[in-house]
Design a protein around this ligand. Structure first.
Ligand code: UGA
Length: 432
C-alpha cells in the first residue's frame, strides 16, 4: 500500500484516484473547487462515467479514498503526488500550463518529506524539467524529491476498465527510486510496463492521441473517396484493419473526432513541434479533414431537405460520443447551430447529455425530448449524431410512421443501408 495524493478531481483525477484506491492504496483527492469536494464528500460524483460512482462509494466505505480542498493536507500525508489538473488550450492552440505551474509551487511550499511528483495531465514535452525547476525554486527546506511522468490513456465512457486493463503502462522517470515506487503502485495491473525518460513519456501521450486522430481523419478522407467512387467505407476499413500492421480500431468514419482530448492534443502538438522548430504539417491536414467532415455532413442534410427554413429536424445524440455526458467539441454543437442559422427548428434527444447541452446550446431554440420517438414525431428527418446503443435498437417501423417523411441522415453509420431501403427509408450515411 502506498499513500497517493491526486491534485485535480476532473475525469482523469477522479477515475485515477478511485482506481488506485481500488488497487488497495490510500488516496487523497484534492481540488480547489469546494463544490466538487462537497459533492464527493456527500457520496456523489460530479461527472458521468459508468461505474465511477459505485467505485468511489466502495472505496470511501473502505476508507481508502478521501477528499479535501487542502493541498497541504494531501501532500503531507502522501508520498506520491499526482498532478491531474486541466491543461486547457489557449486561443492559438498552445497548452495553458498555468494550473500545473501553480500546483507545482504549492506542492513545493508545503512538502515536508521525500515525494515523487508525477505529471498525470497531458503536458508538452519538457514540462517535467520546468516542474522540477519550479519545485527546486520554491522548496525552501531543500526536501528531496523526484519528478516523473505517467501519461494516461483513459477514454471517457470506459475509463475504469481502461485504467485497470491498459495496453501498457508508461512510466517516465529519472531516478531508480521513483521507478521502483511507480512500478510498485501498478503491481496488481496485468499489463506490460515501459520505463522511459521523462521527455519520452511526455511525448508518447501527444504522439498516441495525434496518431489516433490521424487514423480517424484518414478514414474520413477515404469515406469521401468512397462516396465519389461508389465504394463502401465500412468494407474498405475492415479490409485495411485486418492487416495487423494497421489494426481495425479508430478507422470508423463519420463526423470526425471531438471531445476534450483529440482536438486539444492535435492542436497542442502542432504548437509544441513548431516551438521546437519542426512544422508538423501532417497534423494540420488531420485537423482540416476533421473540420471539413462536419461541413460535408451539413451539406448532406441540406441536399436532402433542400430549404431548411421552418423545417423541423430531429437530432439523436448530443454528447461527443456514447456513454458520456461530455459536450466539449461535440459535432452536435456545430451541426445544430448551423441548422438553426438556416432557420430549421430542432428537436433533440440524448440519454445523458441534455443538461450539459442546455448550458452550451440553450433551450430557447431547441425542444429537448424524452426519447427518440418523441423526436421523430413531426420531424421532417432524423439526424444521427452520436452512436448510442439505444439508437441501434430503435423500432424503425415506428420511427418511419412518426416522421413526416421517412428520412434518416446518419453521421455514424449505425444502420445497414440495404435494410433501411427495404424499410422504405431515404437513408444517407457516411462513405457508403
Ligand atoms: C482519447 C484517447 O482515446 C484516450 O486514450 C486518451 O487517454 C484520452 O483521449 C485523453 O487524452 O484523455 P476520448 O477523447 O475519451 O479518449 O475518446 P475516444 O473514445 O478516443 O474518441 C475520441 C473521438 O474520436 C470521439 O469523438 C469519437 O467519436 C471519435 N472516433 C473514435 C471516431 O470518429 N472514429 C473512430 O474510429 C474512433
Amino acid at each position: 500500500m502506498r499513500k497517493i495524493c491526486i491534485i485535480g478531481t476532473g475525469y482523469v483525477g477522479l477515475v485515477t484516484g478511485s482506481c488506485y484506491a481500488h488497487l488497495g492504496h490510500k488516496v487523497i483527492c484534492v481540488d480547489n473547487n469546494a463544490d466538487k469536494i462537497r459533492i464527493l464528500k456527500a457520496g456523489g460524483v460530479p461527472i458521468y462515467e459508468p461505474g465511477l460512482e459505485k467505485l468511489v462509494k466502495e472505496n470511501v466505505k473502505a476508507k481508502r479514498i478521501s477528499f479535501s480542498t487542502d493541498i497541504a493536507y494531501g501532500v503531507k500525508n502522501s508520498e506520491i503526488i499526482l498532478i491531474a489538473v486541466s491543461t486547457p488550450p489557449k486561443i492559438d492552440g498552445k497548452v495553458d500550463l498555468s494550473f500545473v505551474e501553480k500546483v507545482a509551487r504549492q506542492v513545493a511550499e508545503v512538502m515536508d518529506s521525500y515525494k515523487v511528483i508525477v505529471d498525470k495531465s497531458t503536458v508538452p514535452v519538457q514540462t517535467g524539467e520546468k516542474v522540477a525547476e519550479t519545485i527546486k525554486r520554491y522548496n525552501k527546506h531543500k526536501i528531496d524529491f523526484d519528478i516523473a511522468s505517467l501519461p494516461e490513456f483513459l477514454r471517457e465512457g470506459t475509463a475504469i476498465s481502461d485504467f485497470l486493463n491498459p495496453d501498457r503502462i508508461v512510466i517516465g522517470v529519472s531516478s531508480s527510486r521513483a521507478e521502483k515506487i511507480l512500478k510498485e503502485i501498478h503491481e496488481k495491473i496485468k499489463a506490460p510496463v515501459i520505463v522511459t525518460d521523462i521527455k519520452s513519456a511526455e511525448l508518447i501521450k501527444h504522439a498516441a492521441n495525434s496518431f489516433l486522430a490521424t487514423k480517424i481523419s484518414f478514414a474520413n478522407a477515404l469515406a469521401n473517396i468512397c462516396e465519389l467512387s461508389g465504394a463502401d467505407i465500412s468494407l474498405v476499413t475492415k479490409g485495411m484493419g485486418m492487416d495487423k500492421r494497421i489494426g481495425e480500431q479508430y478507422l470508423r468514419a463519420g463526423l470526425g473526432y471531438g471531445g476534450s482530448c483529440f482536438p486539444k492534443d492535435v492542436a497542442g502538438f502542432i504548437q509544441i513541434a513548431k516551438e521546437l522548430g519542426y512544422d508538423f504539417n501532417l497534423l494540420r491536414e488531420v485537423e482540416r479533414i476533421n473540420r471539413q467532415q462536419r461541413k460535408i455532413f451539413l451539406k448532406k442534410i441540406e441536399d436532402t431537405l433542400w430549404v431548411l427554413k421552418e423545417k423541423t429536424v430531429g437530432i439523436l445524440g448530443l454528447a461527443f460520443k456514447p456513454n458520456t455526458d461530455d459536450m466539449r467539441n461535440a459535432p452536435s454543437i456545430d451541426i445544430i447551430q448551423n441548422l438553426i442559422k438556416e432557420g430549421a427548428k430542432i428537436k433533440a434527444y440524448d440519454p445523458v447529455a441534455e443538461k450539459k447541452a442546455k448550458e452550451i446550446l440553450g433551450d430557447s431554440k431547441i425542444t429537448y425530448c424524452k426519447d427518440p420517438y418523441e423526436v421523430a414525431k413531426g420531424s421532417e428527418a432524423l439526424v444521427i449524431v452520436t452512436e448510442w446503443d439505444e439508437f441501434k435498437k430503435l423500432d424503425l417501423e415506428r420511427i418511419a410512421k412518426l416522421l413526416i417523411h421517412p428520412i434518416i441522415i446518419d453521421g455514424r453509420n449505425i444502420f445497414d443501408p440495404k435494410k433501411m431501403e427495404k424499410l422504405g427509408f431515404v437513408y444517407k450515411s457516411v462513405g457508403r
